[in-house]
Design a protein around this ligand. Sequence first.
Ligand code: GDP
Ligand code: IMO
Ligand code: MG
Length: 417
Amino acid sequence: MPTTAILGLQWGDEGKGKLVDSLCARHDLCVRFQGGGNAGHTVYPEGRKIVLHHLPTGVLHRQCVNVMGQGMVIDPDRLLDEIAEVEARGFALKGRLVISDRAAVTTPMHLSLDGIRESGSGKVGTTKRGIGPTYADRYDRIGVRMVDLLDRTSLKEALERAVAVRACQMGKQAPSVDSMLEPLLQAGEKLKPYIADAALLLAEGLREQRRVLFEGAQGAMLDVGQGTYPFVTSSHTLSTGIPAGCGLVTPLQDVIGVTKAYCTRVGDGPFPTELNDATGELLRTKGGEFGATTGRPRRCGWIDLFALRYVCRISGITRLAITKLDVLSGMETVRVGVGYKDHNEPGLPADIRRFSALRPKYEALPGWSEDISGVRDLAGLPANAQALLRVIEQQVGVPVGIVSVGPGRDAWFTVAG
Ligand code: GDP
Ligand code: IMO
Ligand code: MG
């Protein structure tokens, strides 16, 4: 079974959407298995920008069937807006989109809860898309699921259950069941043609040897289990999230880990290689580092090869995709984090205070001045850019298989292993 996964290795925004878009032409199914409207995947189909949040990037390839797995959290109104936008761009979705009937629904109550949490002392700088509260309700068994949107009685019962529990936390801010019922039913009516048993469809596709691409959202360092907890998202972003998020187990042939040639983070939490100086500012400006979902400026810093080595080991990454190498053009010196002072263990600390205290050790490499955005093979890169890729491979212990040198669909090339 030809299966590929494309997963972020940092704190999100590595360029996953661009790579999925670039590789989708060779796949029959594109599958999202976690996250929801917190994702912002920027792509340039036919040269014009579009940002996808819920929809798998395969919607922009007319031969591709797209699956939203049970591990996702879905805000029905925002999803409908996205569907309308994609269809207005000429990508009809009829017969090409399947939403799991078991996926979790983000209601207005979850959006309020996210806002309340973020205004208090436990703030993590979320996207305020209701992600944490929706997952919390799912695991607390008081969640609303896509299937509930198709039946008034089921939806009313599900909302009553959830409001009864959350009202204690929200007080007067708790929305009434009635205020949510009709709009959610209306959204359900519109989404009905897409709602189905996605796991079954996927199992069938795999049995028929369809080529399946699993599209990760967020990144390994935001994984709720292995990331910089509590400054993480609420889902499993590693390859470990694929089986539970799709509702089936399948071997993965190619697990592509995506990393920028530098590093960014949006929201709060530790970031050992962060640059709070002119170089950080330069990366932000040259790389256009502003959140695709919230517009927030992204924090910028050097690539952290120690952290990458750690997450590659636990996520079974078979090859690396290095994005935004073009952004480093013109830098006299490029630094790469290769470890931390006074940290002699192979792993990353689980304790957030210890993680926050990590002080990076760098290797400095000479930069290059050439514009590399038109380069389409390894040999076309300046020698110093090739040397940087070799250092990345050596330190991370995984081969570089793909290099991306621009935001466009064609601005990338493969590197033979
Ligand atoms: P995602 O969330 O991982 O899909 O990444 P985002 O879309 O949030 O952020 C990546 C940004 O970098 C987007 O604006 C992409 O258009 C852009 N991008 C992706 N790959 C490259 C690249 O190789 N070079 C440049 N200059 N931009 C890129
Ligand atoms: P893509 O798929 C970057 C971050 C938020 C916050 C933390 C928790 O585009 O890479 P949440 O709203 O999920 O509860 O926020 O996670 N975050 C992302 N950062 N890219 C993303 O998605 C992100 N999704 C969530 O900024 O720090
Ligand atoms: Mg993004």
